[in-house]
Design a protein. Structure first.
Length: 91
């Protein structure tokens, strides 16, 4: 995929740094970086289950996810308010 140099050079903008990678490779990289032995942050948690719903709100910055409802495999639900990042994978 060619980079759009004309779009950026014509508007005096720097071409954004981009990395093309397949989804499975990116998922493995993120998993290793975030959840590996040298875990980046103790604020990162994984939850096994299915995302049942996302509730969004609009503010001055646009739309954002306000609440995530996750159904666990045992049928219980977890509600997360104001999540910083939600990433899900399909089986």
């Amino acid at each position: 995929m060619p980079a759009p140099y004309e779009e950026y050079e014509g508007k005096a903008k720097k071409l954004p740094e981009t990395m093309f990678v397949r989804r499975p490779v990116l998922e493995n990289l993120l998993r290793k970086l975030l959840l590996g032995p040298s875990k980046a942050s103790s604020n990162i948690h994984t939850i096994t289950g299915s995302i049942r719903s996302l509730e969004t709100v609009r503010d001055s910055n646009g739309a954002r996810v306000n609440t995530v409802i996750i159904r666990q495999h045992d049928g219980g639900e977890i509600i997360i308010n104001d999540p910083t990042l939600v990433a899900g994978t399909s089986p």
